[in-house]
Design a protein around this ligand. Structure first.
Ligand SMILES: NC(=O)c1ccc[n+]([C@@H]2O[C@H](COP(=O)([O-])OP(=O)(O)OC[C@H]3O[C@@H](n4cnc5c(N)ncnc54)[C@H](O)[C@@H]3O)[C@@H](O)[C@H]2O)c1
Length: 351
Protein backbone atom coordinates (compact mmCIF):
# COMPACT_ATOMS: atom_id res chain seq x y z
CA UNK A 1 0.00 0.00 0.00
CA UNK A 2 1.54 3.30 -1.02
CA UNK A 3 -0.87 5.88 0.35
CA UNK A 4 1.14 8.84 1.64
CA UNK A 5 -1.22 10.36 4.17
CA UNK A 6 -0.16 13.81 2.92
CA UNK A 7 -2.92 16.29 2.10
CA UNK A 8 -3.77 16.36 -1.62
CA UNK A 9 -2.67 19.27 -3.79
CA UNK A 10 -5.26 19.57 -6.58
CA UNK A 11 -3.48 19.96 -9.89
CA UNK A 12 -4.76 23.05 -11.71
CA UNK A 13 -2.99 23.86 -14.95
CA UNK A 14 -4.38 26.85 -16.77
CA UNK A 15 -3.89 27.51 -20.44
CA UNK A 16 -0.89 29.67 -21.19
CA UNK A 17 -0.13 30.37 -17.54
CA UNK A 18 1.89 27.46 -16.33
CA UNK A 19 3.84 24.45 -17.51
CA UNK A 20 2.44 21.00 -16.84
CA UNK A 21 4.89 19.59 -14.30
CA UNK A 22 5.19 15.83 -14.63
CA UNK A 23 6.77 13.28 -12.31
CA UNK A 24 7.73 9.95 -13.89
CA UNK A 25 7.83 6.76 -11.82
CA UNK A 26 9.80 3.93 -13.49
CA UNK A 27 12.88 4.35 -15.67
CA UNK A 28 13.51 0.81 -16.94
CA UNK A 29 12.95 -0.04 -20.61
CA UNK A 30 9.99 2.23 -21.50
CA UNK A 31 10.47 5.07 -18.97
CA UNK A 32 13.36 6.68 -20.92
CA UNK A 33 11.07 7.09 -23.94
CA UNK A 34 8.46 8.85 -21.80
CA UNK A 35 11.02 11.20 -20.21
CA UNK A 36 12.72 11.98 -23.54
CA UNK A 37 9.40 12.86 -25.17
CA UNK A 38 8.21 14.94 -22.22
CA UNK A 39 11.40 16.99 -22.62
CA UNK A 40 10.55 17.91 -26.18
CA UNK A 41 6.99 19.18 -25.56
CA UNK A 42 6.25 22.85 -25.14
CA UNK A 43 4.64 23.80 -21.82
CA UNK A 44 5.58 20.48 -20.25
CA UNK A 45 8.30 20.10 -17.65
CA UNK A 46 9.51 16.64 -16.60
CA UNK A 47 10.33 17.76 -13.07
CA UNK A 48 11.27 14.56 -11.29
CA UNK A 49 12.06 10.96 -12.16
CA UNK A 50 11.70 8.18 -9.62
CA UNK A 51 13.10 4.67 -9.76
CA UNK A 52 13.82 2.34 -6.87
CA UNK A 53 16.90 1.09 -8.71
CA UNK A 54 19.91 3.45 -8.31
CA UNK A 55 21.39 2.25 -11.62
CA UNK A 56 18.29 3.55 -13.40
CA UNK A 57 18.73 6.91 -11.71
CA UNK A 58 22.37 7.03 -12.90
CA UNK A 59 21.08 6.68 -16.44
CA UNK A 60 18.59 9.53 -15.90
CA UNK A 61 21.36 11.76 -14.50
CA UNK A 62 23.48 11.16 -17.61
CA UNK A 63 20.68 11.74 -20.10
CA UNK A 64 18.82 14.56 -18.29
CA UNK A 65 21.14 16.30 -15.81
CA UNK A 66 18.57 18.95 -14.83
CA UNK A 67 15.88 16.51 -13.66
CA UNK A 68 15.39 15.92 -9.94
CA UNK A 69 15.81 12.26 -8.89
CA UNK A 70 14.32 10.14 -6.15
CA UNK A 71 14.02 6.47 -5.23
CA UNK A 72 10.82 7.05 -3.26
CA UNK A 73 7.58 7.28 -5.23
CA UNK A 74 5.90 9.02 -2.27
CA UNK A 75 8.04 12.10 -2.95
CA UNK A 76 6.55 12.25 -6.43
CA UNK A 77 2.89 11.65 -5.67
CA UNK A 78 2.86 14.04 -2.70
CA UNK A 79 4.94 16.83 -4.22
CA UNK A 80 3.10 20.17 -4.49
CA UNK A 81 5.41 20.87 -7.45
CA UNK A 82 3.90 18.11 -9.58
CA UNK A 83 0.62 18.33 -11.54
CA UNK A 84 0.66 14.88 -13.17
CA UNK A 85 2.32 11.52 -12.63
CA UNK A 86 3.39 9.05 -15.32
CA UNK A 87 3.35 5.47 -14.04
CA UNK A 88 5.87 3.50 -16.12
CA UNK A 89 6.43 0.51 -13.85
CA UNK A 90 5.39 -3.17 -14.17
CA UNK A 91 1.67 -3.87 -14.48
CA UNK A 92 1.15 -5.21 -10.94
CA UNK A 93 2.25 -1.84 -9.49
CA UNK A 94 0.01 0.38 -11.67
CA UNK A 95 -3.04 0.34 -9.40
CA UNK A 96 -1.28 1.28 -6.16
CA UNK A 97 0.87 3.99 -7.73
CA UNK A 98 -1.95 5.52 -9.81
CA UNK A 99 -4.27 5.44 -6.79
CA UNK A 100 -1.69 7.23 -4.60
CA UNK A 101 -1.22 9.87 -7.31
CA UNK A 102 -4.97 10.43 -7.72
CA UNK A 103 -5.50 10.58 -3.97
CA UNK A 104 -2.90 13.35 -3.89
CA UNK A 105 -4.72 15.33 -6.58
CA UNK A 106 -2.50 14.43 -9.56
CA UNK A 107 -3.59 13.59 -13.09
CA UNK A 108 -2.18 10.23 -14.20
CA UNK A 109 -0.66 8.78 -17.34
CA UNK A 110 -0.56 5.01 -16.83
CA UNK A 111 1.23 2.46 -18.97
CA UNK A 112 -0.65 -0.27 -20.78
CA UNK A 113 -2.24 -2.49 -19.65
CA UNK A 114 -4.05 -0.10 -17.30
CA UNK A 115 -4.33 -2.44 -14.29
CA UNK A 116 -4.04 -6.12 -13.35
CA UNK A 117 -7.82 -6.56 -13.21
CA UNK A 118 -11.05 -4.75 -14.04
CA UNK A 119 -12.01 -4.12 -10.40
CA UNK A 120 -8.87 -2.03 -9.92
CA UNK A 121 -9.56 -0.13 -13.15
CA UNK A 122 -13.14 0.63 -12.08
CA UNK A 123 -11.93 1.91 -8.73
CA UNK A 124 -9.36 4.24 -10.32
CA UNK A 125 -11.94 5.57 -12.78
CA UNK A 126 -14.36 6.31 -9.95
CA UNK A 127 -11.62 8.02 -7.90
CA UNK A 128 -10.49 10.19 -10.82
CA UNK A 129 -14.06 11.20 -11.69
CA UNK A 130 -14.82 12.09 -8.08
CA UNK A 131 -11.72 14.29 -7.93
CA UNK A 132 -12.13 15.71 -11.44
CA UNK A 133 -8.74 14.38 -12.52
CA UNK A 134 -7.68 12.86 -15.85
CA UNK A 135 -6.56 9.31 -16.45
CA UNK A 136 -4.80 8.54 -19.71
CA UNK A 137 -3.72 4.99 -20.48
CA UNK A 138 -0.67 4.71 -22.72
CA UNK A 139 -2.24 3.10 -25.78
CA UNK A 140 0.71 4.29 -27.85
CA UNK A 141 -0.29 2.70 -31.16
CA UNK A 142 -3.49 4.73 -31.31
CA UNK A 143 -1.23 7.77 -31.84
CA UNK A 144 0.88 6.33 -34.65
CA UNK A 145 0.54 7.83 -38.09
CA UNK A 146 -0.38 4.37 -39.41
CA UNK A 147 -3.33 3.80 -37.08
CA UNK A 148 -4.58 7.36 -37.57
CA UNK A 149 -4.42 6.80 -41.36
CA UNK A 150 -6.36 3.54 -41.04
CA UNK A 151 -9.01 5.33 -38.98
CA UNK A 152 -9.23 7.94 -41.76
CA UNK A 153 -9.66 5.18 -44.39
CA UNK A 154 -12.51 3.76 -42.30
CA UNK A 155 -14.14 7.14 -41.62
CA UNK A 156 -14.09 8.17 -45.29
CA UNK A 157 -15.74 4.88 -46.25
CA UNK A 158 -12.70 3.84 -48.34
CA UNK A 159 -12.62 0.32 -46.87
CA UNK A 160 -16.41 -0.06 -46.79
CA UNK A 161 -18.03 -2.33 -44.22
CA UNK A 162 -15.25 -3.89 -42.11
CA UNK A 163 -15.02 -7.68 -42.30
CA UNK A 164 -11.99 -8.56 -40.18
CA UNK A 165 -8.82 -7.49 -38.31
CA UNK A 166 -6.06 -10.09 -38.30
CA UNK A 167 -2.78 -9.34 -36.55
CA UNK A 168 0.52 -11.15 -36.18
CA UNK A 169 2.62 -9.67 -33.34
CA UNK A 170 5.46 -12.10 -32.69
CA UNK A 171 9.13 -12.01 -31.74
CA UNK A 172 11.75 -13.83 -29.65
CA UNK A 173 11.12 -12.61 -26.06
CA UNK A 174 11.28 -10.34 -24.23
CA UNK A 175 10.03 -12.78 -21.58
CA UNK A 176 8.19 -10.92 -18.81
CA UNK A 177 8.18 -12.32 -15.28
CA UNK A 178 4.87 -10.91 -14.06
CA UNK A 179 2.53 -11.29 -17.06
CA UNK A 180 1.95 -13.69 -19.94
CA UNK A 181 2.33 -12.86 -23.62
CA UNK A 182 -1.36 -11.89 -23.82
CA UNK A 183 -1.00 -9.12 -21.22
CA UNK A 184 2.34 -8.04 -22.71
CA UNK A 185 1.59 -7.82 -26.43
CA UNK A 186 -2.17 -8.07 -27.01
CA UNK A 187 -3.00 -4.68 -25.36
CA UNK A 188 -1.56 -3.09 -28.50
CA UNK A 189 -4.04 -4.78 -30.85
CA UNK A 190 -6.95 -4.61 -28.42
CA UNK A 191 -6.46 -0.86 -27.96
CA UNK A 192 -6.04 -0.33 -31.71
CA UNK A 193 -9.31 -2.20 -32.32
CA UNK A 194 -11.02 -0.27 -29.53
CA UNK A 195 -10.10 2.91 -31.41
CA UNK A 196 -10.81 1.71 -34.96
CA UNK A 197 -14.05 -0.20 -34.45
CA UNK A 198 -17.08 1.63 -33.11
CA UNK A 199 -18.94 -1.57 -32.24
CA UNK A 200 -18.12 -3.09 -28.84
CA UNK A 201 -17.01 -6.76 -28.74
CA UNK A 202 -19.29 -9.39 -27.24
CA UNK A 203 -17.04 -12.39 -26.59
CA UNK A 204 -13.49 -13.75 -26.61
CA UNK A 205 -12.08 -17.15 -27.47
CA UNK A 206 -8.41 -17.76 -26.77
CA UNK A 207 -5.99 -20.64 -26.74
CA UNK A 208 -2.40 -20.61 -25.60
CA UNK A 209 0.39 -22.64 -24.08
CA UNK A 210 3.20 -22.25 -21.53
CA UNK A 211 6.60 -23.62 -22.45
CA UNK A 212 9.27 -21.94 -20.36
CA UNK A 213 8.52 -19.70 -17.37
CA UNK A 214 5.03 -20.66 -16.24
CA UNK A 215 3.31 -17.95 -18.27
CA UNK A 216 1.67 -18.45 -21.68
CA UNK A 217 4.29 -17.55 -24.30
CA UNK A 218 2.17 -18.34 -27.39
CA UNK A 219 -1.50 -17.36 -27.75
CA UNK A 220 -4.22 -17.09 -30.37
CA UNK A 221 -7.11 -14.77 -29.57
CA UNK A 222 -10.38 -14.35 -31.42
CA UNK A 223 -12.70 -11.46 -30.60
CA UNK A 224 -16.35 -11.66 -31.64
CA UNK A 225 -18.50 -8.61 -32.33
CA UNK A 226 -22.30 -8.41 -32.56
CA UNK A 227 -22.16 -7.75 -36.32
CA UNK A 228 -20.16 -9.61 -38.96
CA UNK A 229 -16.79 -8.08 -38.02
CA UNK A 230 -14.32 -10.53 -36.43
CA UNK A 231 -10.81 -10.06 -35.06
CA UNK A 232 -7.90 -12.43 -34.57
CA UNK A 233 -4.62 -11.73 -32.81
CA UNK A 234 -1.59 -14.02 -32.67
CA UNK A 235 0.95 -13.08 -29.99
CA UNK A 236 4.13 -15.08 -29.45
CA UNK A 237 7.43 -14.72 -27.56
CA UNK A 238 8.89 -17.82 -29.21
CA UNK A 239 9.07 -16.67 -32.80
CA UNK A 240 12.42 -16.81 -34.62
CA UNK A 241 11.59 -13.59 -36.43
CA UNK A 242 9.90 -10.35 -35.45
CA UNK A 243 6.66 -9.76 -37.34
CA UNK A 244 4.24 -6.85 -36.92
CA UNK A 245 1.73 -7.33 -39.69
CA UNK A 246 -1.98 -6.62 -39.62
CA UNK A 247 -4.54 -7.34 -42.32
CA UNK A 248 -7.78 -5.40 -42.35
CA UNK A 249 -10.42 -6.60 -44.78
CA UNK A 250 -13.28 -4.43 -45.90
CA UNK A 251 -16.11 -4.84 -48.36
CA UNK A 252 -14.58 -2.25 -50.73
CA UNK A 253 -10.83 -2.39 -50.06
CA UNK A 254 -8.35 -4.42 -48.04
CA UNK A 255 -5.15 -3.27 -46.42
CA UNK A 256 -1.90 -4.67 -45.10
CA UNK A 257 -0.10 -2.72 -42.37
CA UNK A 258 3.50 -3.78 -41.86
CA UNK A 259 4.78 -1.72 -38.98
CA UNK A 260 8.38 -2.84 -39.57
CA UNK A 261 8.48 -1.21 -43.03
CA UNK A 262 10.30 2.11 -42.94
CA UNK A 263 8.30 3.48 -45.90
CA UNK A 264 4.96 2.31 -47.23
CA UNK A 265 3.80 0.92 -43.89
CA UNK A 266 0.25 0.67 -45.20
CA UNK A 267 -0.71 -0.80 -48.54
CA UNK A 268 -4.32 -0.51 -49.63
CA UNK A 269 -5.52 -3.06 -52.17
CA UNK A 270 -8.46 -2.54 -54.45
CA UNK A 271 -9.31 -6.22 -54.17
CA UNK A 272 -12.55 -7.91 -53.29
CA UNK A 273 -15.02 -10.64 -54.00
CA UNK A 274 -18.62 -10.44 -55.13
CA UNK A 275 -21.20 -13.19 -55.23
CA UNK A 276 -23.98 -13.18 -57.76
CA UNK A 277 -26.57 -15.67 -58.96
CA UNK A 278 -25.90 -17.71 -62.11
CA UNK A 279 -28.51 -18.98 -64.50
CA UNK A 280 -29.23 -22.28 -62.80
CA UNK A 281 -30.94 -22.51 -59.41
CA UNK A 282 -27.75 -23.58 -57.64
CA UNK A 283 -25.23 -21.61 -59.69
CA UNK A 284 -23.31 -18.95 -57.78
CA UNK A 285 -21.18 -16.51 -59.73
CA UNK A 286 -18.07 -15.47 -57.89
CA UNK A 287 -16.27 -12.46 -59.27
CA UNK A 288 -12.89 -11.35 -58.00
CA UNK A 289 -11.80 -7.75 -58.28
CA UNK A 290 -8.05 -7.17 -58.51
CA UNK A 291 -7.38 -3.49 -59.01
CA UNK A 292 -4.57 -1.18 -58.01
CA UNK A 293 -2.55 -1.06 -54.84
CA UNK A 294 -1.45 2.23 -53.30
CA UNK A 295 0.56 3.22 -50.24
CA UNK A 296 -0.83 6.34 -48.55
CA UNK A 297 1.46 8.82 -46.81
CA UNK A 298 1.68 8.23 -43.07
CA UNK A 299 2.58 10.94 -40.53
CA UNK A 300 5.96 10.16 -38.98
CA UNK A 301 5.61 12.09 -35.72
CA UNK A 302 6.70 9.87 -32.83
CA UNK A 303 3.51 8.41 -31.37
CA UNK A 304 4.49 8.90 -27.74
CA UNK A 305 5.23 12.55 -28.36
CA UNK A 306 1.83 13.07 -30.01
CA UNK A 307 0.18 11.20 -27.13
CA UNK A 308 1.91 13.15 -24.36
CA UNK A 309 1.12 16.43 -26.12
CA UNK A 310 -2.52 15.31 -26.19
CA UNK A 311 -2.26 14.45 -22.46
CA UNK A 312 -1.20 18.04 -21.75
CA UNK A 313 -3.99 19.41 -23.99
CA UNK A 314 -6.66 17.26 -22.30
CA UNK A 315 -5.60 18.56 -18.88
CA UNK A 316 -5.34 22.21 -19.91
CA UNK A 317 -8.62 22.16 -21.88
CA UNK A 318 -10.45 19.85 -19.45
CA UNK A 319 -11.20 17.29 -22.16
CA UNK A 320 -11.72 13.56 -21.76
CA UNK A 321 -8.93 11.65 -23.52
CA UNK A 322 -10.03 9.06 -26.07
CA UNK A 323 -7.65 6.65 -24.30
CA UNK A 324 -9.09 7.39 -20.86
CA UNK A 325 -9.61 4.99 -17.97
CA UNK A 326 -12.74 3.57 -19.62
CA UNK A 327 -10.73 2.67 -22.74
CA UNK A 328 -8.12 1.09 -20.45
CA UNK A 329 -10.86 -0.86 -18.66
CA UNK A 330 -12.32 -2.19 -21.94
CA UNK A 331 -8.87 -3.56 -22.85
CA UNK A 332 -8.37 -5.09 -19.38
CA UNK A 333 -11.78 -6.82 -19.66
CA UNK A 334 -10.75 -8.40 -22.97
CA UNK A 335 -7.42 -9.53 -21.44
CA UNK A 336 -9.23 -11.10 -18.48
CA UNK A 337 -11.65 -12.82 -20.84
CA UNK A 338 -8.74 -14.14 -22.93
CA UNK A 339 -7.05 -15.55 -19.79
CA UNK A 340 -10.29 -17.27 -18.71
CA UNK A 341 -10.76 -18.73 -22.16
CA UNK A 342 -7.17 -20.05 -22.29
CA UNK A 343 -7.71 -21.77 -18.91
CA UNK A 344 -10.80 -23.46 -20.37
CA UNK A 345 -9.07 -24.53 -23.58
CA UNK A 346 -10.77 -22.04 -25.83
CA UNK A 347 -14.28 -21.83 -24.32
CA UNK A 348 -16.06 -18.64 -25.35
CA UNK A 349 -16.11 -15.98 -22.63
CA UNK A 350 -18.83 -13.35 -23.04
CA UNK A 351 -17.91 -9.73 -22.38
N1 LIG B 1 3.41 1.63 -24.54
C1 LIG B 1 4.32 0.77 -24.96
O1 LIG B 1 4.52 0.56 -26.15
C2 LIG B 1 5.11 0.02 -23.93
C3 LIG B 1 6.32 -0.60 -24.28
C4 LIG B 1 7.02 -1.27 -23.28
C5 LIG B 1 6.53 -1.34 -21.99
N2 LIG B 1 5.35 -0.73 -21.70
C6 LIG B 1 4.80 -0.78 -20.34
O2 LIG B 1 5.61 0.02 -19.50
C7 LIG B 1 5.60 -0.52 -18.18
C8 LIG B 1 7.05 -0.72 -17.74
O3 LIG B 1 7.64 -1.66 -18.61
P1 LIG B 1 9.24 -1.75 -18.75
O4 LIG B 1 9.46 -2.74 -19.83
O5 LIG B 1 9.84 -0.39 -18.84
O6 LIG B 1 9.60 -2.41 -17.33
P2 LIG B 1 11.04 -2.46 -16.64
O7 LIG B 1 10.99 -3.58 -15.67
O8 LIG B 1 12.13 -2.43 -17.67
O9 LIG B 1 11.13 -1.08 -15.84
C9 LIG B 1 10.33 -0.78 -14.76
C10 LIG B 1 11.11 0.15 -13.82
O10 LIG B 1 10.22 0.54 -12.77
C11 LIG B 1 10.98 0.56 -11.56
N3 LIG B 1 10.01 0.42 -10.46
C12 LIG B 1 9.15 -0.60 -10.21
N4 LIG B 1 8.37 -0.34 -9.15
C13 LIG B 1 8.75 0.87 -8.69
C14 LIG B 1 8.31 1.69 -7.62
N5 LIG B 1 7.34 1.32 -6.78
N6 LIG B 1 8.92 2.88 -7.45
C15 LIG B 1 9.93 3.27 -8.25
N7 LIG B 1 10.36 2.54 -9.31
C16 LIG B 1 9.79 1.36 -9.52
C17 LIG B 1 11.96 -0.59 -11.67
O11 LIG B 1 13.08 -0.40 -10.84
C18 LIG B 1 12.32 -0.52 -13.17
O12 LIG B 1 13.48 0.27 -13.41
C19 LIG B 1 4.79 -1.81 -18.24
O13 LIG B 1 3.47 -1.54 -17.82
C20 LIG B 1 4.78 -2.16 -19.73
O14 LIG B 1 3.63 -2.88 -20.12
C21 LIG B 1 4.66 -0.05 -22.63
Amino acid sequence: MVSTGIAPSPAKVEKGTQKLRVGVIGYGYWGPNVVRNLHGIEDVHPAVVCDMNPKSLDRVAKAHPSVRLTRDHREVVASPEIDAVAVVTPVWTHYELAKAALENGKHVFVEKPFTSNSKQAEELIELAERKNLKIMVDHTFVFTGAVRKIRELIDTGTLGELYYYDSLRVNLGLFQHDVNVIWDLAPHDLSIMDYLVDERPEGVVATGERHLNGHEDVAFITVYFPGRFIAHINVNWLSPVKVRTTLIGGEKKMLVWNDLEADEKIKVYDKGVQMGNGEGLHDVLVSYRTGDMWAPQVDRTEALRAELTYFRDCIVNDQTPRNDGHAGLRVVKMLEAADRSVKNRGAIVPL
